[in-house]
Design a protein around this ligand. Structure first.
Ligand SMILES: [Zn+2]
Ligand SMILES: [Zn+2]
Length: 140
């Protein structure tokens, strides 16, 4: 019985991780719930939340503390930055190759702080929203 449950839990966690790593749009827990439900029709939103929490505490995924009201998740735990569009809310990756090590070294040298992780979020308007604004005469 217990073994059944452990197996089921492990499988759920594996599928949640797979679904998160498949996408690039930094989904919320609700987005992931919808995706995971296609493969596990009986899973609950609470289970998805719980597993996301567990996976992020284990360092297997990133919980993004980006602006906006809902937490987003990232299957990519390599150091990278994010950009967020204030008009449409889209969150995308920004890879500034080489800059990561420079920033860590600079912080270490200036503040004697050993950096294990950091979050950088660039906020602005994406290309889609800018071209839409051009057509309609302003960004709302
Ligand atoms: Zn946008
Ligand atoms: Zn990311």
């Amino acid at each position: 019985m217990l073994e059944d449950r452990t197996l089921r839990t492990t499988r759920q966690r594996k599928i949640i991780l797979e679904e998160l790593r498949k996408v690039k749009y930094h989904p919320t827990a609700d987005d992931l719930y919808l995706a995971v439900r296609r493969r596990l029709p009986r899973i609950s939103l609470g289970t998805v939340y719980r597993n996301l929490d567990l996976l992020s505490r284990a360092g297997l995924i990133q919980k993004l503390e980006v602006g906006g009201t809902r937490k987003r998740f990232d299957g990519d735990t390599e150091g990278h930055c994010h950009r967020r569009c204030v008009a449409c809310g889209k969150v995308e990756d920004v890879y500034l190759r080489g800059l990561d090590a420079v920033m860590r070294r600079a912080v270490k040298a200036m503040t004697d702080y050993e950096v294990v992780s950091y979050h950088v979020e660039f906020v602005g308007y994406c290309r889609d929203c800018r071209s839409k604004a051009k057509r309609t005469g302003g960004i709302r």
